[in-house]
Write a protein that binds this ligand. Structure first.
Ligand SMILES: Nc1ncnc2c1ncn2[C@@H]1O[C@H](COP(=O)(O)OP(=O)(O)OP(=O)(O)O)[C@@H](O)[C@H]1O
Ligand SMILES: Nc1ncnc2c1ncn2[C@@H]1O[C@H](COP(=O)(O)OP(=O)(O)OP(=O)(O)O)[C@@H](O)[C@H]1O
Ligand SMILES: [Mg+2]
Ligand SMILES: [Mg+2]
Lengths: 257, 257
């Protein structure tokens, strides 16, 4: 069946959208049928793939709250085999709209069952919080990837996130979400801080940390400006290679669990 | 009376905590009595000033939900005239705890009235969302400073944030929160992206953008590791000077409004 991978971390700006968009693109280029789902009212994954969130009339808000078929909101992307389930600011209303709904954490899981046959993988870009949207993503997922910025503040919330994943798995049967791995982002070999935090994270989380790291690279911040992924805007850069390496490591880990 | 400045932006990782902590320190060094309030369950401002959030038994959660006196939770810092109202993960429960409370957006405003006489300025570090905590901060504030990363995704949510501020001012009388200014962060003169985004923001928001910009500087990411502000860990760096300049500009704007 389809594997669903949430890219989540309540720490802001750690590279969730960058990792979700470029990993999804790399997996599609490697032949998988991939759905990239934007579950952040900021709509950064939608914007990063060249769409203007404010102009869309069918989004994840409509699929989760208004009962639209998921298939009806899907958009093509610049990469073959990669499709996008977009979001915009309307999704911010979901917190309120889902408040009284029975099993409000399970709505996304039900929506995703509609596309089981259409895709091999679904990658979900989460917003920087552990509110109702992120909980929906985690409960609907089989795996979670946590981008961790190689900075001091990054270590603080990791245990809370992994603890939340653990609680969800116990409480929402048959929710089986497991941490697939932590990926170090914004790595900069020139600074002692980056090296020290990397070592700290490998010591604390061991095998859970992906071998592949994503270095700080301006090309990653520039790609979304052109509505492109790094694989298409700068395919020969280290940043593109790193996301392809990460995709390979993800596939190996998926095959093992 | 005391001016209350929320440092807010739902975009993650744009420099809210870094701006709040170092601006508060600069204002205290310039002779103002300053309260730095951590309103993020991540507790990054608390951690950045050298405290371990998990060890604290009296936090903003206790002041907002358990009725503790604000004075009872205040902590000293490494800077004279700067005190901290700390937070930790308990605050994440506030979303739930405040759900049924009458006037749930007004709780912080009431708490802050206790310290009107003790401080000249209160700086509030907000979490990366527009949920109940950030709304409490905005409604309790007289002003809001918005850190804007000089990156592509940063532009997207600005109009939504300023629109929210506008709605709050209309709906919650006597809420008078006004945008004091946008401060450009992570500026890097070497990249065309940074220059292009800066120009785009100045074109769109004109005078609202502070003259002072905060450049990308590893010293800013290193200071919290030692529980220090940039003013004490690296006082002769450009990053320290920029936060002193920003503090001067803030005081000029406060005097005008
Ligand atoms: N490795 C990198 N090198 C340089 N810039 C990067 C890198 N990864 C991400 N960026 C840029 O840094 C900013 C933050 O990254 P991104 O938006 O992906 O983080 P996020 O975790 O999704 O943020 P949010 O918490 O708001 O959802 C973006 O402008 C992005 O383009
Ligand atoms: N100008 C800068 N130059 C270099 N590093 C910076 C700068 N400003 C902040 N940082 C670092 O970048 C990371 C993100 O900044 P910070 O935590 O202040 O953002 P934030 O908006 O508070 O994030 P969140 O959305 O999670 O609250 C931190 O590790 C911080 O130390
Ligand atoms: Mg994002
Ligand atoms: Mg912060």
């Amino acid at each position: 069946g389809m594997r669903v991978i949430a890219v989540a971390n309540q720490k802001g700006g750690c590279g969730k959208t960058t990792t979700a968009v470029n990993l999804a693109a790399a997996l599609a280029l490697m032949g998988r049928r991939v759905l990239l789902m934007d579950l952040d009212p900021q709509g950064n994954a939608t914007l990063g793939l060249g769409y203007r969130p404010g102009r869309l009339t069918a989004t994840m808000y409509h699929a989760m709250v208004k009962g639209y078929d998921l298939e009806a909101i899907l958009l093509p992307t610049c990469i073959p085999r990669l499709r996008l389930a977009p979001s915009n600011v309307l999704l911010a209303g979901a917190e309120l709209d889902l408040k009284g709904v029975l099993g409000k954490e399970l709505v996304l899981g039900e929506v995703l069952r509609q596309t089981e046959q259409m895709f091999d993988l679904c990658i979900i870009d989460c917003c920087p919080s552990l509110g109702i949207l992120a909980l929906n993503a985690l409960v609907a997922s089989t795996d979670v990837i946590v981008p961790v910025q190689a900075h001091f503040y990054a270590l603080e919330g990791l245990h809370r996130l992994l603890e939340t994943v653990h609680v969800l798995r116990r409480r929402f049967q048959p929710c089986a979400v497991r941490p697939l791995g932590l990926v170090l982002t914004f790595v900069d070999e020139r600074t002692s801080l980056s090296i020290e935090v990397r070592e700290g994270i490998r010591r604390a989380f061991g095998q859970l940390v992906f071998q592949t790291v994503i270095h700080s690279a301006i090309a990653l911040a520039e790609a979304p400006r052109h509505g492109q992924t790094i694989l298409t805007s700068a395919p020969h850069t280290r940043a593109a290679r790193e996301h392809l390496e990460l995709a390979k490591e993800v596939l190996i880990r998926l095959a093992r669990t």
